[in-house]
Design a protein around this ligand. Structure first.
Ligand SMILES: C[S@@+](CC[C@H](N)C(=O)[O-])C[C@H]1O[C@@H](n2cnc3c(N)ncnc32)[C@H](O)[C@@H]1O
Length: 201
């Protein structure tokens, strides 16, 4: 499922931060698997953070912060997870971040904005893949400090769009069929998707 897949790419770390934690089930899974010694969980909403306090009640080594974006308390984190938000929000949070932590990100939409922001921040992607969970498609990104040279196709479809990925193929085949059946067919977009699919088949 989605939580397992995201947590599977977390590096083992001292301090893990989850920004926009809501119920904090991702952090709970990371703690349960022994992937971090302590955690900072934060959310812009006090109501959401209250859910995290319930989920993580058995873990004493957790700090809870209400904050918009990466809180000061997470600046020393080895890894920061930001998942389950739109790409606009994640890109905005990243644009205000100045640290060097490993970033594990799973935007629900507009992943191209997140890739472009990572490149501009001086981060390089070592994981950029599409996966399917419970019938939905998600992107999962992991980035470390470093220069990243990517072209517009990589920004739009993933740094590794030329590597075979069954979920990406399924998602783009569906999208292509929808675009071809739509009355406002976008020829340029159709050509791009067909180019990605050449690598996927
Ligand atoms: C759908 S939940 C995702 C929860 C969890 N990260 C996951 O992937 O399962 C998105 C959360 O992000 C929080 N959020 C939205 N914008 C935020 C921001 N700028 N800073 C911190 N949290 C934010 C929301 O309050 C909400 O709890």
């Amino acid at each position: 499922m989605r939580f397992e897949k995201i947590v599977s790419v977390l590096p083992k770390c001292g301090l893990l931060a989850e920004v926009g934690c809501d119920h904090a089930r991702l952090t709970e899974l990371a703690l349960r698997k022994g992937l971090c010694d302590s955690a900072v969980v934060s959310d812009i909403s006090e109501t959401c953070l209250a859910k995290a306090r319930v989920t993580l009640r058995d873990y004493p080594n957790v700090t809870y912060i209400v904050a918009d974006g990466v809180p000061e308390e997470a600046r020393k984190a080895d890894c920061i997870m930001i998942c389950g938000m739109g790409g606009h929000t994640i890109a905005d949070i990243l644009s205000r971040y100045t640290g060097r932590a490993t970033l594990v990100l799973s935007p629900q939409s507009h992943t191209e904005l997140v890739r472009a922001e990572l490149r501009d921040l001086g981060y390089d992607l070592d994981i950029d893949e599409c996966f399917e969970a419970a019938g939905k498609f998600y992107d999962l990104l992991r980035a470390e400090k470093g220069d990243m040279t990517v072209d517009s196709m990589q920004i739009a479809y993933g740094k590794f769009y030329k590597r075979k990925n069954a979920a990406l193929e399924k998602k783009l085949t569906r999208l292509l069929n929808n675009l071809k059946n739509s009355e406002e067919a976008n020829a340029a977009k159709i050509r791009e998707i067909e180019e990605v699919l050449v690598w996927q088949r």
